[in-house]
Design a protein around this ligand. Structure first.
Ligand code: FAD
Ligand code: NAD
Length: 478
């Protein structure tokens, strides 16, 4: 095996492995360095997303949603379930099996595309050389015409609440419990707090989320965030805003959480604590001084819109650079960089980035919120449609939430779409496509939507933007 490559990718998460596959598709001799060790210390591809992120969390969200429906949701449908048993270890091992299948699938794709997986830790040296330190600490040097850094992110830890065995955990630890905690506290009512809080709440935990900020999901459209806060509260997620954790201590198999709110200092005794206060870029050991790659003031690798660092031929993508920490954002950057290296014109449309919180109901959005449009002084109009008026949502017995579409009053272009409700993640795709193709709201209004589908709510929201919705009373008529 020659030690010189057209491209060496460091990190095989959704940013890095997609970049490597696209480079290989374009005929470049490609290697990918990855150090991840899974359970049993088995090297694995797929990064955070496949091993401890998107996929395992969704496997548990799906399984627990079925359990919760069987226990609480089927009676209205005329189905009485009795003797329902919960087998948490089986649920966790199903999740592990899904992870193993998918990470093994990436390994298969690497082989099929002729990509060399260099198992170990990659460090960028001077002159586009990469040192790979194997798992047994043996170093080997490689060189490349181009290097793509995709080393991702890790959970932010709070020194005042140190992780401890399986009692005080980060998001990865909260995917491994073999039994349901009686009382669970989550620090941070962000995306991970809500998704993993939902998993354990559905299985019966009493869940308290302590959130330092005074607003709930500030990046979400305020109307949708308000609806979400109310709905999650009804489900038993006890979300406490303006609440700052000041410390924790483990006593045996319990943990005492200390926190402050407007009433003063408090303590809470819980069975488990999840620290979910955000993630930070991972650059530890990736860049030698002589590599000359600059970081920004937040410790992310500094890149331009094309993901080029300050060193020609060295790129960085995914969670390790600016922008939302989302798997699909990293993957698209991987494709863009691979195509640009091969001489093609390629870009990422950061303005049309889908976002989803996989709670029930799901929360999904793209583009601007009403608050952002107001702040920007844009002359916009909102069209909304509640799922309570959707025949399909009624048939499903899942009528909470709404679709909101925002349009530019002058151009009729879609500026944003915000959904809380059943299958919001899948429904969002239509709006993402519409925005990517610069569709007008009239285009959506003209598009025939199958009946009865949840997607009709999108159609009706578009119609309602200028008072033409059929299945709700409009505020104004054309
Ligand atoms: P990562 O996936 O973090 O991969 C980086 C890889 O680089 C790792 O495998 C690491 O081992 C490797 N690496 C680091 N340094 C080196 C080195 N020096 N040498 C060799 N290898 C190295 N995003 C979504 O879009 N949808 C979701 O539903 C979603 N759910 C999530 C749920 C949870 C619980 C978590 C924690 C995250 C979730 N995310 C989700 C975020 C998503 O996982 C990340 O945005 C995504 O994984 C980032 O991809 P990446 O390739 O940039 O980095
Ligand atoms: P987050 O930024 O979404 O939420 C962290 C929350 O913790 C914030 O609301 C913050 O105000 C709060 N916080 C910070 N310090 C605190 C303190 N000391 N006390 C109380 N609250 C505190 O981060 P996350 O939930 O850890 O998720 C990390 C990233 O992973 C997300 O930003 C997202 O990009 C990605 N992710 C995405 C998905 C998805 O796409 N469905 C799912 C999970 C994670």
């Amino acid at each position: 095996m020659s030690n010189h490559y057209d491209v060496i990718v460091i990190g095989a998460g959704p940013a890095g492995y997609v970049a490597a596959i696209r480079c290989a598709q374009l005929g470049m001799k490609t290697a990918c360095v990855e150090k991840w060790l899974n359970k049993g210390d088995k090297p694995a591809l797929g990064g955070t997303c496949l091993n401890v992120g998107c996929i395992p969390s969704k496997a548990l969200l799906e399984a627990t949603e079925f359990y919760h429906s069987a226990v609480h949701g089927f009676e209205d449908l005329g189905i009485t379930c009795s003797d329902i048993k919960l087998d948490v270890p089986k649920m966790i091992s199903r999740k592990d099996k899904i992870v193993a299948e998918l990470t093994g699938g990436i390994e298969g794709l690497f082989k099929a595309n002729g990509i060399d997986w260099l198992v170990g830790t990659g460090t960028v040296l001077a002159d586009k050389k990469v040192r790979v330190t194997a798992l047994d600490d043996t170093p080997s040097n490689y060189s490349a015409n181009n290097i793509i850094i995709a080393t991702g992110s890790v959970p932010i830890d709070l020194p005042i609440t140190p992780l401890e065995s399986d009692v005080v955990v980060d998001s990865s630890g909260a995917l491994e419990w073999q039994s349901v905690p009686g009382k669970l506290c989550v620090i941070g009512a962000g995306i991970i707090g809500l998704e993993l809080g939902s998993v354990w709440r559905r299985l019966g935990s009493e869940v308290v989320l302590l959130e330092a900020m005074d607003s709930f999901l500030p990046m979400v459209d305020a109307q949708v965030a308000k609806d979400a806060m109310r709905t999650f509260g009804k489900q038993g997620l006890d979300i406490r805003l303006s609440t700052r954790v000041t410390g924790s201590s483990v006593n045996g198999d319990k943990v005492t959480v200390r926190y402050q709110d407007s009433d003063g200092d408090h303590e809470m005794l819980v069975d488990k604590l999840i620290v979910a206060v955000g993630r930070r870029a991972y650059v530890h050991g990736v860049l030698s001084d002589e590599a000359g790659v600059e970081l920004d003031e937040r410790g992310l690798i500094h890149v331009n819109d094309s993901c080029e660092t300050n060193v020609p031929g060295i790129y960085a993508i995914g969670d390790v650079v600016r922008g939302p920490m989302l798997a699909h954002k990293g993957s698209e950057e991987g494709v863009m960089v691979a195509e640009r290296i091969s001489g093609e014109t390629s870009s990422v449309n950061y303005d049309v980035m889908p976002n989803v919180i996989y709670t029930h109901p799901e929360v999904a959005w793209v583009g601007k919120t009403e608050e952002q449009l107001k702040a920007d002084g844009v002359d916009y109009q909102a069209g909304t449609f509640p799922f309570a008026a959707s025949g399909r949502a009624k048939a499903k017995g899942d009528v909470g939430g709404l679709v909101k579409i925002l349009r530019d009053k002058k151009t009729d272009r879609m500026l944003g779409a915000h959904i809380i409700g059943p299958s919001a993640s899948e429904l969002l795709g239509q709006s993402v496509l519409a925005m990517e193709f610069d569709a007008t709201i009239e285009d959506i209004a003209h598009t025939i939507h199958a009946h009865p589908t949840l997607s009709e709510a999108m159609h009706e929201a578009a119609l309602s933007a200028d008072g033409r919705a059929i299945h709700i009373a409009n505020r104004k008529r054309r």
